[in-house]
Design a binder for this molecule. Structure first.
Ligand code: EPU
Length: 430
C-alpha cells in the first residue's frame, strides 16, 4: 500500500483550484440509470470512488465514455444486470444509490447491504422504508436487499424522513422521478450536493421542486432522457485546503469554490483568528502570526457545520490556544483520527460523542495510519504542522476523495511525497 511522507514546518502559500465535488459527481453518474439516452457529466474529479462507480455502472451493462475534456458519458439505455454485487458496494457505500433508479425504471433491483463502516453503523433503513411506502416489496436475505414493484411502477407517496439523510434523500428523489403521481419528501437533506442532483435530474426531464429546502415535491414522469450536467465544486476539499493554510500560518486562495456553501466553516476559521476574503471566483485565507484560537464545534446537517470537516478541526484545535469541544452529532463513531493525533503529541480526550481538545505548542512527526477519508486529510494537515516527518499509511482512503492532494499541496510549498507500495512478493511453487 502507498504511503505519504510529509515533512512539517512550511508555511503554505499559493493558489489551488477546487475539483468537482465527489459527493455530487457520484449521484449524478448514477442518475444515468434513469435515462433512455446518454447522460454526460462534466467536472468529474479523478478519484477512486469515481472509478468504482464507473465499474458498477459497467457491471450493470451501461457503456461509459470519457471525452477529451474528461467529461464522462454514460449510456444506460441497454442494461443487462439489475444487481449491485458485494465486492463493489463494500468499497463504496454510495453504491446503494443504484437501488432507487433501478427499481423506478425496471421494477426490480438487488443491491448488497453495505456492511460496516469506519465512521459508524450507517444503516440504510430509511432508503428501504421510503421505497416500501412507494409500493416496493423488499426482502433482505443473504446480505442483499432484494426489491421488486408488483405493479411494475412505483407510486408517489408522502414520506417523512426520521433523520436528515443525504443519500437517502437522493435515492428517493431519483426513484420518485419515474413514479406514478406525486411524491412529497419531508425533512429532506439540504446539502448543495442534493440540489446539484436535482438540477441534473431536471435537465433530464424530471419535475422537481423544493430541492435545498426540507420539503421536496416530485411529479413523476414516464421517461427521462440524457442531458449535459456539470457538477459543483467540492466544498469539503476546498475547506480542507483553507484549514491547511490556517494551521501552517500561511495563505491559500481556493479558486472555483462557492463561499455560500462554506458559511459555517468560514465562520469558525474567522473565530480561530484567520482573515478570510470571499470573492465571486473563490475564497482566500490568510493566517496572521498571532496564536490560533480554539473553536467549539457541533456537527449537524447543512447548513450547519459539516461532519466531513470535523477531523480537520480536531487537528486545528490540537495546536490552538486554549481548550475546545467538538461534538459529532451525525455519525456515531467518527473519532478514529484522535488516537493517531495522540501519537503525534495531541492532547485530546473522548467523552461519548464529544472530544475535549487541549491545544499544545507543537506536534511531532510519527508513523500514523489513515482510517477513513476525512481522517486521512486530518493526518496530512497534522503532518504539515508537525516537527519532523510524518509517514501516513493506508493512504488509499485519501485517494477516494482528494484529487491530486500531493500536487496541490506541493504547489503551495508543502513537502509531501508519495512512496509507492513495494511490488508484491512473487512466490515460486517448487
Ligand atoms: N441514517 C440512518 N438511516 C438511513 C440513512 C442514514 O439512520 O437509512 C443515519 C446515518 O447513520 C447517520 C445520519 O443518518 O447517522 C446521516 O447520514 P447520511 O445518510 O446523511 O449520510 P450518507 O448519505 O451515507 C453522505 C456523504 C458523507 C457525509 C454524509 C453527511 C455521500 C456519498 N456521502 O453520506 O460523505 O459524511 O452524507 O453529510 O454523499 C465523505 O465524503 O467523507 C462522506 C462520508
Amino acid at each position: 500500500m502507498d504511503k505519504l511522507l510529509v515533512r512539517g514546518g512550511q508555511r503554505l502559500d499559493g493558489e489551488i483550484h477546487a475539483s468537482g465535488a465527489k459527493n455530487a459527481a457520484l449521484p449524478a453518474l448514477i442518475a444515468s440509470l434513469l435515462a433512455d439516452s446518454p447522460l454526460q457529466v462534466g467536472n468529474i474529479p479523478h478519484l477512486r470512488d469515481i472509478t468504482t462507480t464507473l465499474e458498477l455502472l459497467q457491471h450493470l451493462g451501461a457503456s461509459v465514455q470519457v471525452d477529451e475534456k474528461l467529461a464522462i458519458q454514460v449510456d444506460a439505455s441497454q442494461l443487462r444486470v439489475l444487481r449491485a454485487p458485494y465486492k463493489l458496494v463494500r468499497t463504496m457505500r454510495a453504491s446503494i444509490l443504484v437501488l432507487g433508479p433501478l427499481l423506478a425504471r425496471f421494477g426490480e433491483a438487488e443491491v448488497s447491504l453495505p456492511g460496516g463502516c469506519a465512521i459508524g453503523s450507517r444503516p440504510v433503513n430509511l432508503h428501504i422504508k421510503g421505497l416500501e411506502m412507494m409500493g416496493a416489496e423488499v426482502d433482505i436475505a443473504g446480505g442483499y436487499i432484494r426489491a421488486r414493484v408488483p405493479g411494475g411502477r412505483l407510486q408517489g407517496a408522502r414520506i417523512l424522513f426520521d433523520t436528515s439523510t443525504v443519500t437517502g434523500t437522493e435515492n428517493l428523489m431519483m426513484a420518485a422521478t419515474l413514479a406514478e403521481g406525486v411524491t412529497v419528501l419531508e425533512n429532506t437533506a439540504r446539502e448543495p450536493e442534493v440540489v446539484d442532483l436535482a438540477r441534473c435530474l431536471v435537465s433530464m426531464g424530471a419535475k422537481i421542486e423544493g430541492a435545498g429546502s426540507d420539503i421536496i415535491r416530485i411529479q413523476g414522469v414516464r421517461k427521462l432522457h440524457g442531458a449535459v450536467h456539470h457538477v459543483i465544486p467540492d466544498r469539503i476539499e476546498a475547506a480542507t485546503y483553507l484549514v491547511a493554510a490556517a494551521v501552517t500560518r500561511g495563505r491559500i486562495r481556493v479558486r472555483g469554490v462557492k463561499a455560500l456553501f462554506l458559511d459555517a466553516v468560514i465562520g469558525k476559521l474567522r473565530e480561530a483568528g484567520a482573515s478570510v476574503d470571499v470573492a465571486a471566483d473563490g475564497v482566500e485565507l490568510r493566517m496572521p502570526d498571532a496564536p490560533i484560537q480554539a473553536v467549539d464545534i457541533r456537527t449537524a446537517p447543512f447548513p450547519a457545520f459539516p461532519t466531513d470537516m470535523q477531523a480537520q478541526f480536531v487537528l486545528l484545535n490540537s495546536i490552538a490556544h486554549g481548550t475546545a469541544t467538538i461534538t459529532e452529532t451525525v455519525f456515531d463513531n467518527r473519532f478514529m483520527h484522535v488516537q493517531e493525533l495522540q501519537r503525534m503529541g495531541a492532547q485530546i480526550e473522548i467523552r461519548g460523542n464529544t472530544v475535549f481538545v487541549h491545544g499544545v505548542d507543537h506536534l511531532s512527526g510519527a508513523q500514523v495510519m489513515a482510517t477513513d477519508l476525512r481522517a486521512s486529510a486530518c493526518l496530512v494537515l497534522a503532518g504539515l504542522v508537525a516537527e519532523g516527518e510524518t509517514a501516513i499509511d493506508r493512504i488509499y482512503h485519501i485517494d477516494r476523495g482528494y484529487e491530486s492532494i500531493e500536487e496541490k499541496l506541493t504547489q503551495c510549498g508543502a513537502h509531501i511525497r508519495r512512496i509507492p507500495a513495494p511490488p508484491a512478493a512473487i512466490s515460486v511453487a517448487g
